[in-house]
Ligand binder design. Structure first.
Ligand SMILES: C[S@@+](CC[C@H](N)C(=O)[O-])C[C@H]1O[C@@H](n2cnc3c(N)ncnc32)[C@H](O)[C@@H]1O
Length: 204
C-alpha cells in the first residue's frame, strides 16, 4: 500500500456525502474549449468533481486515484447517474500513463514533477491538458506547506512549453490581492496536431 493512502482514505471517509464535488475553476472557466466527444482522464481525482463534470459533458471519462474510499464513492455516484465514467484505484507512481490515449487530461491540486512529462505524452494530438494547483507565492494559511507540492513562478508554463497555451493565470501577490484568482496557477495547454510522440523519438 502507498504510504499516503491511509491519510487520503481517512480524509475522504470523513468528507460529507451530501452535495456533489465541484470541478476545478480551470475546467469550469474554460469548459468552452472542451471537445464534444472523446476520452478524458481525471488524474488523482479525489472525489471526482472534474470527472463528473467531464462525463456529464458527454466525454468517455476515466478517473484514477490511490484512495479506495474516494474511488468507491465516485463509482457509486457514476452508477446512480448512469454516467460513462470508469473509476479505478491506481497508484500513479507505480503504473505509467498510457501514451497518446486521451483527448482531455485534468489535474487539479496534485503535483508530482516526475509525472509531468508523461502527462503531455498521454494526450492525443490536439488534446487538452487542464492543470491547476497551488503556488509557493500564496497565502500561507491556504493549501499545502510542503514546497514539493507548490509550483515555482512560471513553472507551470515552462513545464508544458511544448503545448500551445490556450489559457494561463498566475497572479502571485501582484496588485489588489483581494481580487482575482490567487494562491494557485492554472493552465490549459493543447498538444500540437503534428507533435512527435516520445515512442517515435526513442525508435529513431
Ligand atoms: C489534494 S487531493 C486533490 C483531489 C482532486 N484532484 C481535487 O482537485 O479535488 C490529491 C489527491 O491525489 C491523490 N494521490 C496522491 N498521490 C497519488 C498517487 N501516487 N497515485 C494516485 N493518486 C494519488 C490523493 O489520494 C488525493 O485524492
Amino acid at each position: 500500500m502507498h504510504p499516503i493512502q491511509d491519510k487520503w482514505d481517512g480524509i475522504y471517509g470523513k468528507a460529507s456525502a451530501n452535495g456533489r464535488p465541484e470541478p476545478a475553476l480551470v475546467l469550469k472557466q474554460y469548459d468552452y474549449l472542451l471537445p464534444g466527444q472523446g476520452r478524458a482522464l481525471d488524474l488523482a481525482c479525489g472525489l471526482g468533481g472534474n470527472a463528473l463534470f467531464l462525463a456529464e459533458r458527454g466525454l468517455s471519462t476515466t478517473a484514477w486515484d490511490l484512495s479506495a474510499v474516494a474511488i468507491a464513492r465516485l463509482r457509486q455516484v457514476a452508477a446512480d447517474d448512469q454516467l460513462d465514467l470508469v473509476c479505478e484505484v491506481r497508484d500513479l507512481e507505480k503504473e505509467p500513463m498510457p501514451q497518446s490515449s486521451f483527448d482531455v487530461v485534468v489535474v487539479s491540486r496534485f503535483l508530482d514533477r516526475n509525472m509531468n512529462r508523461s502527462l503531455a505524452a498521454a494526450l492525443r494530438p490536439g488534446g487538452l491538458l487542464y492543470f491547476q494547483t497551488f503556488v509557493a507565492d500564496k497565502d500561507p494559511a491556504i493549501g499545502p506547506v510542503n514546497s514539493a507540492y507548490l509550483l515555482r513562478e512560471n513553472e507551470l508554463a515552462s513545464t508544458f512549453e511544448d503545448l500551445i497555451l490556450r489559457a494561463y493565470c498566475e497572479a502571485g501577490q501582484t496588485g489588489d490581492r483581494a481580487r482575482g484568482f490567487r494562491n494557485e496557477a492554472l493552465l490549459v495547454g493543447q498538444k500540437p496536431l503534428n507533435a512527435v510522440e516520445q515512442d517515435d523519438v526513442e525508435k529513431r
